[in-house]
Design a protein around this ligand. Structure first.
Ligand code: FPP
Length: 244
């Protein structure tokens, strides 16, 4: 039986720079085109009834990029969060963000908060941007909170279990991703949602993020529907009958 549409799709958006360079454009033009794709894919996920779409928009490691590229990305991000409010409302999308958000420029944080508040009552897809995000950093932050509770005498180390670690992640209520898509052909997880993707299915698309469209998403979903998820267990299967 085919798997149903994933509840949570997480995407590593890669290939903006390559897309621009292949066209003789500056790398930042690739990011600009990539922000268009964000809107297209968010709208499609909303149409398909996906519960959560998490996009890796800026990693902790991305702070090491050239200053001008970072400044451009922050301006683009701010513009996106402001300009796409209509799209979010029209599509009943809820907007959220995960990561070390305190590292973002003040203006970006202000607009993030406004957009989250504006869309907080929407009941459709949760569009979550991972910003200044790292999977290891998220686990470090969770461990610090747990250690502080132990130090304050509110928690015993032996009470810490998997559910408690999950409850201390940036967005504890998120369903774990069922499907992780990476664009531009790279076969890496790059520190994305390390705890949450333990049992996720992976799909790598050769399309570069600025050219990724609904049909590429459908290709990933068709591949996902054919998978057999076992979560470490066994799936009941009818053995093929052999003659004689
Ligand atoms: C990877 O491309 C992508 C990023 C570093 C950031 C993703 C950013 C966007 C899609 C645009 C802005 C997003 C929003 C939400 C407005 P790359 O530069 O690593 O590409 P390359 O590997 O081809 O150089």
């Amino acid at each position: 039986m085919a798997l149903p549409t994933p509840r949570h799709i997480a995407i590593i958006m890669d290939g903006n720079g390559r897309w621009a360079e292949a066209r003789g454009l500056r790398r930042v033009k690739g990011h600009e085109a990539g922000s268009e794709t964000v809107r297209v894919i968010a709208e499609e996920c909303s149409r398909l009834g996906v519960e959560q779409l998490t996009l890796y928009a800026f990693s902790e490691e991305n702070w090491r990029r050239p200053r001008l590229e970072i400044e451009f990305l922050m301006r683009l991000l701010k513009r996106f969060i402001v300009n796409e409010r209509d799209t979010l409302m029209r599509n009943n999308l809820r907007f959220s963000a995960i990561g070390r958000l305190h590292r973002l420029p003040e203006g970006v944080r202000r607009e993030l908060t406004r957009t989250m508040e504006l869309t907080s009552r929407n009941t459709g897809t949760n569009l979550c941007l991972a910003l200044s995000y790292g999977g290891r950093a998220e686990l470090v932050d969770a461990m610090r909170e747990l250690a502080a509770k132990v130090q304050a005498g509110k928690l015993k180390p032996e009470q810490i279990d998997e559910a408690m670690v999950s409850a201390h992640l940036y967005q504890p209520e998120m369903p774990e991703p069922d499907l992780v898509i990476r664009t531009a052909g790279e076969m890496r997880l790059s520190n994305f949602l390390l705890w949450q993707v333990s049992y996720a299915e992976l799909f790598v698309s050769d399309a570069l993020w600025p050219e990724f469209r609904a049909e590429h998403l459908h290709e990933a979903l068709a591949s996902y529907a054919r998978r057999e998820r076992r979560f470490g267990g066994l799936v009941d299967r009818l053995e093929p009958k052999t003659a004689g």
